[in-house]
Design a protein around this ligand. Structure first.
Ligand SMILES: Cc1ncc(COP(=O)(O)O)c(C=O)c1O
Length: 540
C-alpha cells in the first residue's frame, strides 16, 4: 500500500491582478507541489451574488459550499508534498471554517494599486470591494494576532529579480527553492480556473516573470479616487514586508531615543511621527515660506510662551500670511501635544506656521510690475545662482507686488540696478536693442538663455549689462522669462506705461519663435512619442 503522507498547504492571499496567477504557475513547476486556482471563487459568487460573464458556468462546475471546499479540496488528500492554493482575499467570506486560516502556511502577495487598478479595470469595472485590499489587511492582521505573521511579498520584486524574490519567499515559507520555478510554458494550463479566457490572456503569453516597461500607460483619471482609497492599505502591508523593495534609509540615531514614539500636531490633528507629514505642494516645501519658533518646557511650564508667540505672529504678519490660527488655537495645539506625549519637563517644541501664495502670468494681455524695496540677494549672502527653494527673499518682494495690485515685483541688486523679478528674468527693448541684466544677482534662467539665443538668431542686437530702473520705465518693450510663465509681456512698471501699452512687435516675434522651438526640442521617452502619435491618430 502506498504510504499516505500529509500534504502541506501553502496559501497565497492577494488582491486581483497582482501576478498571483504567474506565481501559481511558478509553484506548479515544482516537482513537489500541486496547485489549486481560487478554490473559493464559486463560494464567493454564490454568497455575494456578484455577477460575472461566466457566473452560471462556474457555479455549475465548481463546488460553491465554502466549507466543503475547505475540507475536501483545500485540505483534502493530496498526492504531493505541498498544495499551493491561490486565493483572492475578498473570496474569504464570513462563516468559513476556522481551519482555513489555522492550518497551512500563509503568505500575502501585494502589488501597487496604481498597477492593479489599470489592469483590473480592463476586464471588470473596479471598486474598492472588487480590489479587496481591506480583506487582505484583515487576513494579515488576523494571522498576526494568531501569532502566525505571514510573509509579505511585493509583485514588483518578482518582476525585478525573480530568483531573489522566489528564494526569499521559499525561505520565509521554510521550503527549499527550486530553479524550475523561474520558467513555465506559454499558453493555457490544465490548472486554470474556467474564468481564464477573461482574465489570463496576458499571463498565457508569459513564460516567466518579466520586468514591465519602465514607462507605462497613463493612469486613468476616473480611477484616481479609488487609488487614493486603496493606497493606505497597500502601504500598510508594504511597510510590513520582510524584504523591502526600496529599503528605507537607516534612521539616524535620535539624540533622545524616546522621541521615536513622538506624537506631532499637524494642521488640526495629532499624528504619530511617521504619519506627521506636509504635502509636497505646501509652501514650506516649495519655497521655505514659513516662520518658526523653538520653545522649551521646564517643570511643567512653557518658558517665555507669550514672547515666542509674539515673535511668531509678528513674523507671520511680516510675511503677510493669511488664515493664521489664533493665539488660543496655537496654545491649544501646544498643550494638547505636550499632554499626549506626556512631556512635562525638559522638552523642546518646534512650532512652524506655513502659507502659500499663487503665481500669476498672462502672456496674451500682459502683466504689470512694481519695484520692490526688498533687494535680490548678493553672492555675499546667498548666491542667486543657486536654485534653492528658500524663496523668502523673493516672496517678500512678491508681497510688495501683491499689495500694489501688480502681478509680480522687480527686484534690484545692492547698487540699485534691476536684477530680475521675484520669479522670472527680465528683458527690455530700446530702439531695437534687446537688453537683460547679467546673471550676477539673478538666477541664470534656462528660459533667459534660450531667449538670448533666439534674439541672436533673429539677428537682433543683444546687450547683457547692468540696466537701471529708469531704463526699464522708458523702454519700448519689456518681457519676463521663466519656465512657468514662458515669455510674459510687461505693459506697466511702477505706473509707467511701457511703449504704447500693447504687446510689442519684438516680444511677439520672440514669443512665436519660442513656441516653434518648444514644439521641436525636448527630451521624451520612446513610449511618450508612441502615445502622442496614437493620440494624434485618434484625433484624425
Ligand atoms: C527667481 C527666479 N528667476 C528666474 C527664474 C526663471 O528660470 P527658468 O527660466 O530656468 O525657469 C526662476 C524660476 O524658477 C526663478 O525662481
Amino acid at each position: 500500500m502506498a504510504e499516505e503522507r500529509e500534504t502541506e498547504v501553502i496559501h497565497s492571499w492577494s488582491a486581483p491582478r497582482s501576478l498571483s496567477t504567474s506565481l501559481m504557475y511558478s509553484f506548479a513547476q515544482r516537482d513537489d507541489t500541486e496547485v489549486v486556482d481560487e478554490p473559493l471563487y464559486a463560494h464567493y459568487l454564490r454568497v455575494t451574488g456578484v455577477d460575472r460573464p461566466y457566473r452560471e458556468e462556474l457555479l455549475s462546475k465548481m463546488e460553491s459550499d465554502g466549507n466543503k471546499v475547505v475540507n475536501n479540496i483545500i485540505y483534502g488528500p493530496g498526492g504531493k508534498k505541498y498544495r499551493y492554493c491561490k486565493h483572492i482575499a475578498k473570496q474569504r467570506m464570513p462563516g468559513l471554517s476556522n481551519e482555513l486560516m489555522e492550518k497551512g502556511k500563509h503568505f500575502i502577495l501585494i502589488r501597487n494599486p496604481l498597477d492593479i487598478l489599470k489592469s483590473f479595470h480592463k476586464v471588470v469595472p473596479s471598486s474598492f470591494h472588487e480590489l479587496g485590499l481591506a480583506d487582505l489587511v484583515s487576513i494579515y492582521s488576523e494571522l498576526c494576532a494568531a501569532g502566525k505573521s505571514p510573509p509579505i511579498i511585493d509583485a514588483t520584486e518578482l518582476q525585478e529579480d525573480p530568483e531573489a524574490a522566489l528564494r526569499g519567499l521559499c525561505e520565509d515559507l521554510n521550503i527549499p527553492f527550486q530553479a524550475s520555478m523561474l520558467k513555465w510554458e506559454a499558453g493555457p494550463k490544465s490548472v486554470d480556473g474556467i474564468w481564464a479566457p477573461w482574465w489570463y490572456k496576458s499571463v498565457h503569453k508569459s513564460t516567466g516573470f518579466v520586468q514591465t516597461d519602465k514607462y507605462r500607460q497613463p493612469f486613468p483619471a476616473l480611477l484616481y479616487d479609488l487609488l487614493e482609497q486603496s493606497l493606505p492599505f497597500y502601504n500598510m502591508l508594504r511597510s510590513n514586508a520582510r524584504r523591502k523593495r526600496f529599503p528605507k534609509l537607516p534612521m539616524p540615531s535620535l539624540p533622545v531615543p524616546a522621541n521615536e514614539k513622538l506624537l506631532v500636531w499637524v494642521g488640526d490633528e495629532i499624528l504619530p511621527r511617521d504619519s506627521a507629514m506636509v504635502s509636497v505642494f505646501d509652501s514650506v516645501v516649495q519655497g521655505g515660506d514659513s516662520v518658526w519658533e523653538g520653545l522649551r518646557i521646564y517643570s511643567g511650564k512653557v518658558f517665555k510662551l507669550e514672547e515666542h508667540l509674539d515673535r511668531l505672529f509678528d513674523s507671520a504678519k511680516a510675511l503677510a500670511f493669511n488664515n493664521v490660527p489664533t493665539r488660543d488655537e496655537v496654545k491649544e495645539a501646544i498643550f494638547s501635544t505636550l499632554m499626549e506625549n506626556g512631556m512635562f519637563d525638559n522638552a523642546h517644541i518646534r512650532l512652524i506656521l506655513a502659507e502659500w501664495k499663487p503665481p500669476v502670468y498672462d502672456n496674451t494681455r500682459g502683466i504689470t510690475l512694481v519695484t520692490a524695496t526688498t533687494r535680490r540677494n548678493s553672492p555675499n549672502n546667498l548666491d542667486s545662482k543657486i536654485h534653492h527653494n528658500n524663496l523668502l527673499n523673493n516672496i517678500l518682494a512678491k508681497i510688495e507686488g501683491n499689495n500694489a495690485n501688480a502681478d509680480d515685483a522687480i527686484m534690484l541688486d545692492k547698487d540699485g540696478y534691476v536684477s530680475e523679478t521675484n520669479a522670472t528674468n527680465i528683458f527690455l527693448v530700446k530702439k531695437g536693442t534687446v537688453m537683460t541684466p547679467p546673471a550676477d544677482y539673478c538666477l541664470p534662467g534656462i528660459t533667459r538663455a534660450t531667449v538670448m539665443d533666439l534674439v541672436k538668431m533673429e539677428n537682433l542686437v543683444l546687450e547683457v549689462r547692468r540696466v537701471s530702473l529708469s531704463e526699464f520705465h522708458t523702454a519700448d518693450e519689456v518681457w519676463t522669462t521663466g519656465t512657468m510663465g514662458e515669455l510674459s509681456p510687461v505693459l506697466k512698471i511702477d505706473g509707467r506705461v511701457i511703449g504704447d501699452g500693447t504687446v510689442g512687435p519684438i516680444t511677439k516675434r520672440l514669443q512665436n519663435s519660442f513656441n516653434k522651438l518648444t514644439e521641436g526640442l525636448g527630451v521624451s521617452s520612446l513610449k511618450m512619442v508612441q502615445e502622442i502619435k496614437i493620440k494624434l491618430v485618434d484625433c484624425e
